[in-house]
Design a protein. Structure first.
Length: 109
């Protein structure tokens, strides 16, 4: 991997994969937290506990759009790099980058 373009392609691919996974994890956390709050309400939990859990839910919900924004930016950067580096098409890094873009499309708005 002596070509610096391949290194950049690998780094940008990793960023897209990580942000896509991170967004999915935050979305699952929001669902989990909502379920936890519903159970606490059904059990008649203390107001303090409910408020704290609501705060946690709000923090998780704020992270989803942030991750989505960062993912969209990283997706765009990797897409542009793939378009500009067509001569690397035969490399494993290029193929992995294309696969990462395809997988990340699900998490874009």
């Amino acid at each position: 991997m002596s070509d610096p373009r391949l290194r950049q392609l690998t780094i940008k691919t990793g960023v897209v994969k990580r942000l896509s996974k991170e967004k999915t994890v935050y979305e699952k956390e929001v669902d989990t937290q909502r379920n936890r709050i519903d159970k606490l309400k059904a059990a008649g939990s203390d107001d303090y506990v409910l408020r704290k859990q609501e705060e946690v839910l709000q923090e998780c919900m704020m992270m989803v759009p942030d991750c989505q924004r960062r993912l969209a930016k990283a997706f765009e950067e990797l897409s542009e790099m793939i378009k500009s580096e067509e001569e690397l098409k035969e490399t494993s890094q290029y193929i992995a980058a294309e696969a990462a873009l395809e997988d990340a499309k699900v998490n874009l708005p």
